[in-house]
Design a protein around this ligand. Structure first.
Ligand code: MG
Length: 308
């Protein structure tokens, strides 16, 4: 399934992409919520609300029943919208945590003159960074002249996860998406640690969909690329990851409880701008396209920021 968030005529919904049509699931969710006497603090149009609902006792049976009826156009709970009338949004807009793993492709570590790490290099981005497909990435040009792209496979957690063993890690994953780990290299270097350079507003475009494991198959066998203005800058395969996804989920869950909607971004392959000869950084108007097999394409244009 390609689970999405989208806006149609000013209303934000969680839905499923099915070819040229988007299935609006808010009506189904409302119906299930009523049936299960379930209330949520999350608003309509929140993927966390959807993930939370899926965890409720009885939700699986009720959802299966709803899915069985999806082909029935007489079902008043369903709304189908032509995709061209909808604006696709970030699949998760309000995660509790965005956890990133640095230097997780051996050849990317090497291009930066570092040895592959012995343990995962873990850092954070914050929800202020999140934008959706086709949204602008704002370059804070009055403060940074070295903004860079990083195409990454991101995991979205689907269950409350504490000290989960590696062999059960996939049971805790709701799906996968693309995250562009946009980075101000000069901030990274000035600070000595990475949070500020990674967490400028708009520095985490994600999307276009959250794709479930049954469609992904092996998440360590996906081609991953980044094109800037049509030029290929990164091209690799997720098989090159040093620390694999089950290990990362298990490792992180030893020390922090992962909750539904949390994002784990699994690192970027070689080809980032800072290590090109000569280095190349993003300029206003650049078109970034991060593409991962079986997920799709995440396109964002950069924009300069006016001094205020
Ligand atoms: Mg990164």
């Amino acid at each position: 399934m390609h689970l999405i968030r989208f806006e149609w005529k000013g209303r934000v919904s969680v839905g499923i992409a099915r070819g040229e049509m988007l299935v609006d699931m808010e009506g189904v969710m409302d119906s299930l919520a009523k049936r299960l006497s379930w209330e949520s603090d999350f608003p309509r149009g929140s993927m966390r609300r959807f993930l939370d609902l899926c965890l409720q006792p009885g939700a699986a049976d009720a959802t299966a029943e709803a899915i069985a009826n999806w082909g029935n156009s007489d079902n008043p709970q369903l709304l189908f919208h032509p995709a061209e009338e909808c604006r696709i949004l970030a699949p998760i807009h309000d995660p509790e945590k965005i956890i990133c793993v640095g230097l997780n492709y051996a050849d990317h570590a090497t291009e930066g003159g570092r040895k592959p790490p012995e343990f995962p290099v873990v850092f954070a981005k914050y929800p202020n960074c999140i934008v959706g497909p086709n949204d602008k990435v704002i370059l804070p040009s009055q403060y940074s002249q070295q903004v860079d792209y990083e195409a990454e496979l991101a995991v979205i957690i689907g269950r409350y996860t504490k000290e989960v063993p590696e062999e059960k890690a996939y049971e805790h994953i709701a799906g996968f998406t693309i995250l562009n780990d946009v980075t101000a290299r000069d901030f990274q270097r000035q600070d000595g640690q990475w949070v500020r350079g990674k967490s400028c507003d708009t520095f985490a475009p994600i999307g276009p969909a959250m794709v479930t494991l049954d469609e992904i198959g092996d998440p360590h066998n996906l081609s991953i690329t980044m094109h800037v203005n049509g030029e290929e800058r990164q091209s690799s395969n997720t098989s090159e990851m040093i620390f694999k996804i089950p290990f990362l989920v298990s490792y992180l869950s030893r020390t922090m409880t992962l909750v539904p909607g949390d994002i784990i971004s699994t690192g970027t392959p070689p080809g980032v701008g800072v290590f090109r000869q000569p280095p190349v950084f993003l300029q206003p108007g650049d078109i970034m396209e991060a593409r991962i097999e079986k997920i799709g394409s995440l396109i964002n244009v950069t924009d300069g920021r006016s001094v205020h």
